[in-house]
Design a binder for this molecule. Sequence first.
Ligand code: HMG
Length: 395
Amino acid sequence: MRSAIGIDAIGISVPRAYLELGELAAARGVPPEKYIQGLGVSRMAIASPDEDPVTLAVEAARRLFAGAGRAPDDVGYCAVGTETAVDHSKPVASYVHGLLGLPQRCRVFETKHACYGATVALLGAAEWIAAGSARGRSALVIATDIARYELGSPGEPTQGAGAVAMLVSERPRLLELEVGQSGSYARHVHDFWRPLHRKDALVDGQFSVSCYLEALDGAYADWKERAGGPLERTCYHVPYGKMAYKAHRRRLAADGIGEAEADARFAVEVAPSLAFSAQVGNVYTGSLYLALTSLLSGAGRPGAGARVGFFSYGSGCGAEFFAGRIAEGAAELCDRLDLGAPLEGRARLSMPEYEAIRGGDASPDRLAGAGAPGRLAYLGVDGRERRVYSADALR
Ligand code: HMG
């Protein structure tokens, strides 16, 4: 029986500035083709000092509510998946709850498992509704992160930042999830990790690629035993576009399909989901859902009823494969939501500006595009190390 639980609306946000990967390549003495064709990334979003996972999450949710005609008063579950949290105890979801003015009768929490963190929040939301706990309310699930590696390291061109907010409800207008039908995989590995004192992640890059592909084998095999069947499109976790290309080959190989056919199908089945990430980079927890947003927005988007597969991977590692169907009227709603608008009109950073941000000696007003009116800003900490946001000053 088809589920009537799923994603009702989406909103995204990205930092207001970006770095051209061609410029990074020139500075690092690498041919630009290595980043642009070899990894499949053209630009990466760079968060300014007044942007953090909270401001990105709130902006994504605000766009969602403004565009979707849904009220925050109906939210009974607010979960934020992030691996770049701002506090060891107080969850990002708590800031989001307050800054959006969500109801007090609300389950509010943060989830972590590297890039898989938002998936467990999303599937949990669908199961919360299926269990009858929602009582007509909807769930707000937000993936938000700032991806950072050391300057000059192989991971540097795979940074990025952004948030994806999703409203999960009964009678979803974008995607009906096949609730309770996902396939899981987990294995304790050190492919990517970030000890509590570090801002930049550590990674064993080539090993992480093989862990991702093995997790795909495992989660997909589990999913095939539970659900299986043909998929018209697939969205993969996208640390960089080439990884999704490798993943598609690997998944189809598990179905006995050779590389030539996999490559031919890639253009229709996967490529449209990669347009946004090529402009933003890795947004960690949000990468899979940025892929969905890109798929729903562009030319060649799937029609109502099309079945879409999703592969979520989080280093460490945990993974899940699940599926859903495009809802009736999704295309019209996506046009109204204008999902890609935050990618337009961003400011281009120079290498010195980018390195100043990373060095921690950039103040927001020195940066291109600073002070955008109406945007929530992180202002710093007060005398008791409590984080302060521009909206707090308005209360
Ligand atoms: P690297 O080792 O410097 O790059 O870093 P490479 O030598 O593997 O080259 C990359 C690609 O560019 C290769 O393509 C080259 O052939 C090609 P492939 O063979 O893979 O198809 N290339 C060129 N193409 C055109 N013209 C040229 C040229 N030169 C080379 N001139 C690596 C790559 C991904 C390892 C690095 O960027 C890294 O460590 N990134 C961070 C880790 C990562 O993204 N891992 C992905 C899987 S794990 C994951 O997705 C989880 C994650 O999101 C974290 C989480 O869960 O929270 C990371």
